[in-house]
Design a protein around this ligand. Sequence first.
Ligand SMILES: Cc1cc2nc3c(=O)[nH]c(=O)nc-3n(C[C@H](O)[C@H](O)[C@H](O)COP(=O)(O)OP(=O)(O)OC[C@H]3O[C@@H](n4cnc5c(N)ncnc54)[C@H](O)[C@@H]3O)c2cc1C
Length: 457
Amino acid sequence: MPQIDRTPSPVDSRPHVVIVGAGFGGLACAEALGGTNIRVTIIDRNNYHLFVPLLYQVATAALSPADIAEPIRRIVSRHPNIDVVMGEVTGIDRTAKRVELADGSFVPHDRPYDRLVLATGSSYSYFGHDDWAEIAPGLKTIENARRIRARLLMNFEQAEMCEDPARQKALMTTIVVGGGPTGVEMAGAVAELARFTLARDFRRIDPRTARVLLVEAGPRILSTFPDDLGQYARRKLEELGVVVLTGQAVESITPEGATVGGRFIPAGAIVWGAGVKASPAGSWLGVETDRSGRILVNADMAVPGVPDVYALGDTAALAGDDGKPLPGLAQVAKQQGEHLGGGLEASLLRGQPLEPFRFRNRGNTAIVGRSAAVFDFGTRKLKGWFAWVLWAIVHVYLLVNFHKRVLVTMQWLWRWATYQRGARLITTDRPVSAAESVTSPHGGSAEPFRDVRRGQG
Ligand SMILES: Cc1cc2nc3c(=O)[nH]c(=O)nc-3n(C[C@H](O)[C@H](O)[C@H](O)COP(=O)(O)OP(=O)(O)OC[C@H]3O[C@@H](n4cnc5c(N)ncnc54)[C@H](O)[C@@H]3O)c2cc1C
């Protein structure tokens, strides 16, 4: 048996930066510090970095989870100064300068951190109705994307076996809540799944008659985009058969459907893409936050009143050049991470002060289905096929490694040419028998999402 070397390791005198969250912001910050003479520890509750903008493609069977997720260790493996800890952060000891994990351990365990970066992102807000989350999952995690995929596909299977026309209609109805980019992309993708991919695969139902409703409480969809792009997106969705309901809020959600604008709509699946709230990082520190729970940071992303702690991305609120808070976008988080990483290196190794962050808008975009997208660059706008190609190029380029870029490009080209989707799997940990299925084929009660168990793929 090999001997274990128990000689105490020499004290590491390098400055130590701890980063919580390996999303767009945290990872960019870590990579900017890669290869320097700074010890970096990145903590995440998952062992992978997730490319959230393409989650809706996992939920609609176009891509597999592994296509859009990459192990954090592999991403940073080329930088020996970066260490990875998999763990759920539950608090911060500001005095001892260490981070507490759910298992009761602390990071760093040997000495206080020199700098702490909080990049823990956001989650969906159900506006005080947290019980809706179980019935109407949001697109934020791989687990939820797989649950949604399984639910959507299972609904068609059950509709095929169902002899009650009302129940069949409900099973073939999907409600998407929230008319922002996520809701628009999801509604378009579900409509395409039914209208094209599944069109010829069933014998007793016609998947093309499936209903997709996009519900938005505000007066129009894509409210952060210029009006004409919002109108274009609405027209394109309606061409795909999506019913767009604006100015109508969701009043209640039950396993059988949702009440929208005073009317109950029976539905087999409800997907949430409405409000967003920041991670609880602000409460870990006991500092001031905005209404969405984002930490109000200084221009250099320092948390006021808490020495050596910084916050960025979706979990921080920082005003842009126009005085409005920067939007919760991957490009904002990524640029902030790169900026802060470079600034921390200069500050820790050369004693230079941190510079204020300035966001460079690379364009806000949303895809509206096959061959249609919108792009808003602030001064210029794009819509249609060219915007769609640009959307695809940008998203492929932003994927973490070359292998994934090739893989996703091939799948998109194949899908574009054939309308087929390669990830049409209803996966569960154990087989779904008829007795276990949510709805009796002949018209029992539907429990959207509750039955779909976790599995592989
Ligand atoms: C469906 C969807 C589509 C989107 N599309 C786009 C788009 O097209 N373009 C765009 O620019 N933006 C898009 N966004 C927004 C973008 O994804 C976010 O703005 C971006 O992910 C924010 O980056 P972040 O680093 O702040 O957080 P995240 O990328 O969310 O990363 C947070 C990380 O922290 C980890 N974490 C959280 N809490 C803890 C904890 N307690 N302990 C340990 N680890 C923790 C998480 O596991 C995660 O890895 C989309 C968002 C969604 C939900």
